[in-house]
Structures are given as C-alpha cells and as structure tokens.
Design a protein around this ligand. Structure first.
Ligand code: SF4
Length: 396
C-alpha cells in the first residue's frame, strides 16, 4: 500500500470498495441509529471563510463557536490527509402529545425541541461510534475523527455539501424528507468515499422565518446575529437586556420560532426513537418549583438533557423572566424571596424586573427594601429601573 509523506497509508481513490462500503453504510444506517447519511469531499470550505470573518467583524458570533476560523474551514486541521466527510442526521420530534397547560398559579416554561429527549450529543456520539466501528471492521487502516456541535467544522456546511439538506433562510439545514428537525454530526476520514450531490431545493420566495423572528436576529436570508437570537440569549449566564426579556416569553432554553413557522416542516415530527420522546413535565415544567431546585436535584432532573449544559443558573434566570412575562401575582412571594435572598446577582436583578412587570404594593415595598440592602451596583441599577417603572404604573 502506498504511503504518504506523513507515513499514513493512502487509500486509493476510485476503488470500487469505497462505493460498495458507502452502500453498506446507507443500508445499515438505521441499525446504527442514523436517519440520514451523506458523503462529501474533504476539500476546504473556502467560500465559508469570508462569511465567518464577516460574521466575526459584525459581532454576530455567539462566542460558543470554535474560535480558530481556519479549523472551521480546513478539515485537514482536524485529521491529517482527510479524503471524505460523512454527515449524519438523527431526526427528533417536534410535537408533544397532551402537553400540560399553563394556568394561573401553575405557570410553565418550555424547552426547545432540540432538548426534549436525551442529550443529542450522547445520541449522536453513540451513532457515530457505531458507524466508526462499522467502517473500521471493514477497513482496518481507516482513520476517522468524529465531531458533534463543539467540533471544529461547521456541521451545517458539511451537511449541505453532503446532500443532507439545503441551508434555509433561518440558517437551519432543511432536509427534503425530515425538515429541519434533525441533529447533525460529522466524521472526517481518510476513506475516499464517492461524494453525494447537494440538495437542489431552496426556500424560494418564502421569508416566514425572517418575518417571525421575535428579535430580528435573522438579519437577512441565512444571516443570523446570534447576539439577538433568543436561543443564544437563553443560554447566557449574565443579565439579559429588557428588550429581550420581554421577547423571551416563557422559554427556558432555546427558541424554535424560525423552525415552527417554516412551511418545509409542516406535518413533520419524528417519534421513532423512544430516547428522544419528550417527558411533558420535564420539557414544560412548572416554573415555581424550578426555582427551589438544589444543584443535585437539577442534575437529577435535567442532567441527561441538552438544556443542562450551562448549568442551573440560566434556566432559573429564564424561569424568573417567564414569571415576569406571565404577570401572575401568585409568583410575587417567590420573586421577593429571590430578590432579597438569592446569592446570585443576576437572579436578584432579574427578579426586580419580574416584580416590576407584575406590579402592586407588595412588589414595590420589596424593591424599596432591596435597594436599602443591595451592594452590587449592577443589581442596584436594575432595582432603580424597576422602582421607576412601578412608580410610573401607580401614576397611570
Ligand atoms: Fe426558508 Fe421559509 Fe423555512 Fe425560512 S420559513 S427557512 S424562508 S422555507
């Protein structure tokens, strides 16, 4: 077998074995826990680089991305002498049977559909491990690097090139079969699989997602300002600007609006995997009990969910925001408790906003007491804003 200058065995391109193996993988995909699989060349994503640079220059990044743009563009920085990329998709449910309803005194939050079942990182990792094993069994000299979400490559760019779907104006990959309700993962390998063709479908004249985005985060077709995206904002740990708190509504993790309104997703919900089925009480939880969870209880309840990756604080802060948006007076005592006693400034400051949304004498008195005791300047700023809002509402 010919060797490359780095000492790796070179697998001959064009060998009929690779087309045969590709067929075997396609046939075995369902058994491996994969709903769709596509193959692509491992050429650099040259045109993507300018797009990523532009996003960075405009300040549109979330900050959760791989910071080295070259790693995002050049597969060879993740695996020496790669020959192919394999994109895998796992479809998940978009509809829940009998979702529990919010009611006065029993207000509920909601998790995005991508966090309804078992953490998709685990689901994809398991599927990719099986696929890796499948390939290695047949090609012992195969080198494979698999990645999901936190990997260097842009999983959507890989999926697009590998023919899994097209990039919608909402930035999601939309599969003609599965819609955009898919988790994506990818493998880089030295096996030179024959590539698939990209999907030719597109959004046409539709702009529903851009029109529906609550915060105007979709600044153009396929262009997202992550700093305005509710999905990103629900995963931050600090204070959230008032403009966004109002728009967050009762979302505890993620958004979904741009996918829910998408006509390409109409009638698409995938319920064939029990591990991805939503537990209604977990994905639409009561808000007040969430605020009393200890770290251990939070881990027990949400530890196997993708929503838990940033810990308890963002979800509890979002629960406080949701209570403010519901304007339900029955949540005032708990919000006052947080305002006066929670050790986390972000929770105290957000509780001040929530109380100013609900209004009333009790809320006003509590904010006055908090102002007497509060030491953190950022919380004091929020307390003063809340106080002014309450005074203005009394004057109305
Ligand atoms: Fe494309 Fe319309 Fe779907 Fe947006 S809502 S991704 S424009 S089809």
């Amino acid at each position: 077998m010919p060797m490359t200058e780095t000492g790796f065995a070179r697998l001959p391109a064009g060998d009929s074995r690779w087309a045969e193996l590709k067929r075997e993988i396609q046939e075995a995909a369902a058994e491996l826990g994969i709903d769709d699989v596509g193959f692509a060349s491992a050429d650099p994503f040259v045109s993507l680089k300018a797009i990523l640079e532009d996003r960075r220059d405009k300040g549109y990044e979330s900050g959760f991305e791989e910071p080295d743009l070259n790693k995002r563009v050049y597969p060879e920085l993740s695996l020496t002498q790669p020959a192919s990329l394999i994109s895998i998709a796992v479809a998940y449910p978009s509809k829940m049977e009998n979702p529990p309803k919010s009611a006065p005194g029993e207000r509920r939050g909601i998790l995005a559909r991508s966090a309804w079942g078992q953490d998709y990182h685990q689901v994809l990792r398991e599927a990719m491990e099986k696929l890796e094993g499948f390939i290695r069994e047949r090609v012992p000299e195969a080198r494979i690097e698999s990645m999901v979400d936190t990997g260097a490559l842009v999983d959507r760019a890989v999926a697009e090139r590998a023919g899994i779907g097209f990039k919608g104006k909402n930035c999601a990959i939309i599969s003609p079969k599965w819609g955009s309700w898919i988790y994506l993962g990818e493998l880089i390998t030295n096996v030179p699989f024959p590539p698939d063709s990209p999907v030719t479908e597109d959004c046409g004249d539709c702009t529903k997602c851009i029109d529906a985005c609550p915060t105007g985060a979709l600044v153009g077709p396929g262009e997202l300002n992550a700093q305005r995206c509710i999905s990103f904002l629900t995963q931050t740990k600090g204070f959230v600007d008032e403009e966004f708190m109002v728009k967050i509504g009762n979302r505890l993790y993620g958004c979904d609006t741009c996918q829910v309104v998408c006509p390409k997703n109409k009638g698409k919900s995938w319920n064939h995997r029990p591990e991805l089925a939503p537990d209604p009480e977990k994905v639409k939880p009561l808000l007040l009990p969430l605020l009393d969870l200890s770290n251990r209880e939070f881990k027990e309840r949400f530890g196997d969910s993708a929503a838990a990756w940033r810990g308890k604080k963002p979800i509890q802060r979002n629960a406080v925001i949701a209570l403010g948006n519901f304007k339900d007076p029955t949540s005032v005592p708990k919000l006052i408790d947080i305002l006066l006693h929670d050790p986390r400034p972000e929770l105290r400051g957000t509780a001040a906003w929530a109380l100013s949304q609900i209004g009333g004498m009790e809320a006003g008195e509590a904010i006055g007491r908090a102002l007497d005791a509060e030491q953190e300047e950022e919380v004091r700023v929020r307390l003063r804003t809340a106080e002014q809002k309450l005074q203005a509402s009394i004057g109305d």
